[in-house]
Design a protein around this ligand. Sequence first.
Ligand code: NAD
Length: 249
Amino acid sequence: MSDFDGLKALVTGGASGIGRATAELLAARGAQVAVLDLDPSSVDKPLLAFRADVTDDTSVREAVAAAVADLGGLDVLINNAGIGAQGTVEDNDDAEWHRVMDVNVVGMVRVARAALPQLRESAHAAIVNTCSIAATAGLPQRALYSATKGAVYSLTLAMAADHVREGIRVNCVNPGTVDTPWVGRLLSKAPDPAAERAALQARQPTGRLVSAAEVAGAVAYLASPLSGATTGTALAVDGGMQGLRLRPV
Ligand code: NAD
């Protein structure tokens, strides 16, 4: 796992949460890492920071080109930027469906399109998409979000097939409930955030939330040459939620 020496990685959504933990882990393990984010102002050295909106193709192309130029190539793409959505199909209108799909699905496509020519030049090319247990779990009150992550899962499999003979591996991680600023924002809307957090933890098989560092560890494995024969897979990082056939309420 420590063998990221000489590898160059790009992490989208790398200014916060899972992306931040992943960027820091890859850098600690020897990779040169560039972060692409809507707001990279909090990103410090040795990480390189590039501002881009994954819903804007020009912004993505320019940021990926600048990151590749500064890194001197690209071996690893962590396609992680994403946003949430709550509710049933009756709760989100067409504009909201298009907005969240645009970030969570087409955003990953735009970044991959911009990065693939460079990844083809790498001897250790890997893409890791941040999916979710929502892709396959049938979570209540998450219709739109689940549909985006279902699409990310299918996209991962299709890209793995398309690029396997080019030596580019494509996998995804399926996190459960991860203790990131995103979950903090959701909990802060509850009447009693501390009680809501305690209830959320109690619903986890492990009795606690997954940490961003634990997701980063799985991402790092799938991005590293240690997983060189693994492509087209989803690795659950959910404290047993899926494997034990449990689900959040
Ligand atoms: P977060 O909100 O802490 O971080 C997301 C980052 O993505 C932020 O830095 C944000 O600025 C960036 N971002 C958002 N929209 C962007 C855009 N249009 N262009 C560029 N950057 C953008 O969230 P997180 O919890 O770390 O989530 C990261 C990923 O993990 C998402 O894809 C999410 O769906 C997935 N995920 C999270 C959880 C969880 O419980 N936190 C569970 C499963 C999957």
